[in-house]
Design a protein. Structure first.
Length: 294
């Protein structure tokens, strides 16, 4: 009797989050697949099935190609900038510098803020007349380098990426710090006894042992870059002239501004499949690392 009650309570506790997950995640996912095959405008109850016409349009749309290009640029920078900056900070803080805990808190603070807040902070920094960046450039005699960073098609995308990367550095730092604490000091000491300097120890001992942490950092950076909507919407809304459009922002504009919900759903499906491939590659790397350390 007790076992039966325990089983019923277990099923009850599991079923509640499963139902919520199904309503919030699974059902919209299937609806996206369904509406991607229609010409639904998102408002009326009438629509026609158009088959794979939306997907054909996706791969022939120059704006989609532009969004793919911007997303690739975002992903490359998202992998390199926060990863290298986070690793550098982790290595510095690992040396036990004075006030290390304060620095850790300061560097991690941005990740506790929402991307909408981060976007607003950087809008102020990029403000053409009194923004911190232009004021700093003028103070060091580089007035010619000042510009309206978010209004210039040549700098809008990289400006938004810089703001996003600034937030992500703290997360990368914490993950690398966790990885560094698992490395035995005897290994680096043995390398130094064998004649290796700091950079050789870093290259041949520390970085290879940080492979599990690096996989997590890179995977999170790629997945988060594919979801880059909040900060783009806050700072540029994909403009000017689609110069900062990412796949997520492009999907939003097509679905909720132009009311091409069927086409927007097709873009969402493509984005989902790309994310699925990335996650599959991530789990493959994790499995390889687990086999390496078994």
């Amino acid at each position: 009797m007790i076992k039966r009650q325990r089983r019923l309570w277990t099923i009850g506790f599991i079923s509640i989050p499963l139902v919520v997950y199904t309503i919030i995640v699974v059902a919209p996912l299937f609806y996206s697949f369904f509406y991607s095959l229609t010409d639904w405008n998102g408002l009326s109850s009438d629509f026609n099935f158009v088959g794979f016409k939306n997907f054909a349009k996706v791969f022939s749309d120059p704006l989609f190609a532009n969004a793919i290009k911007n997303t690739v640029i975002w992903t490359v920078v998202a992998i390199t900038a926060p990863t290298l900056a986070g690793l550098t900070l982790a290595l510095i803080l690992r040396e036990g510098i004075r006030g290390a805990n304060i620095y850790k808190s300061l560097f991690y603070l941005p990740i506790a803020l929402s991307l909408a807040v981060i976007g607003q902070i950087w809008i102020w920094i990029y403000q053409p007349r009194w923004g911190l960046l232009n004021v700093a450039l003028e103070a060091i005699g580089l007035e010619s380098a000042t510009r309206a960073w978010l209004a210039d098609p040549q700098t809008a995308l990289i400006s938004v990426i810089a703001a996003w990367s600034w937030q992500q550095v703290g997360l990368s730092m914490v993950i690398f710090l966790a990885g560094l604490t698992s490395i035995s000091p005897e290994l680096t000491e043995a390398a130094q006894i064998d004649g290796a300097n700091y950079w050789q120890s870093l290259r041949y001992v520390i970085i290879p042992l940080l492979r599990p942490a690096s996989i997590v950092v890179v995977a999170l950076a790629v997945i988060n870059s594919l979801k880059s909507f909040d900060i783009v919407f806050t700072m540029t809304k994909g403009g000017p002239f689609h110069s900062s459009d990412t796949l997520a922002m492009f999907m939003y504009n097509e679905s909720f501004k132009k009311y091409y919900m069927g086409y927007g759903s097709a873009i969402a499906v493509v984005l989902f499949l790309i994310a699925l491939v990335v996650i599959a590659l991530y789990f493959r790397q994790v499995k390889a690392v687990e086999q390496l350390y078994d």
